[in-house]
Design a protein around this ligand. Sequence first.
Ligand code: DQA
Length: 163
Amino acid sequence: MADQAFLNRSATTIMISAMSILVLNGPNLSRLGKREPAVYGYQTLDDINRGLVESFPDVTFEFFQSEDEGALLEKLFHIEDKGGFRGVLLNAGAFTHYSIALRDAISGVAIPVVEVHLSNIFAREEFRRTSVISEVCVGVISGFGANSYHLGVRSLLGISSKQ
Ligand code: DQA
């Protein structure tokens, strides 16, 4: 029994280490640490990324941030074509609320995407309470600061496919 548990654990570790997760951040998230710390905290994006690497040593992360909508779309298409990605953690920033292009891109790729937000978008201004991407993401994690990203990784590790 103990041996079986060990084998299962090793098999899981091997599977996870063979898979990568893309952490994709949209506009203004490069300014974390300086930007509205009362809302978004004092951690920089590098701090958050480092925290993920430390907390999930068996996961291979790729990190990408852009202020540009097109660059985010291209990154999604690129990792789908490259293959080997278990999923995407996406903080789309303000694009969350209006980018139909981003929604279409998420909908069009076979890789599961988890929507994450540092702040609780449902407890803020009216315009932030609408996400045009939630419907095509596998789930939404919002309001836990940097921990939203950690919860997002845990969710992706428990999902085997988009459906
Ligand atoms: C955000 C929330 C968005 O409304 C905002 O435009 C951001 C950050 C968050 O992480 O809480 O840029 O996605």
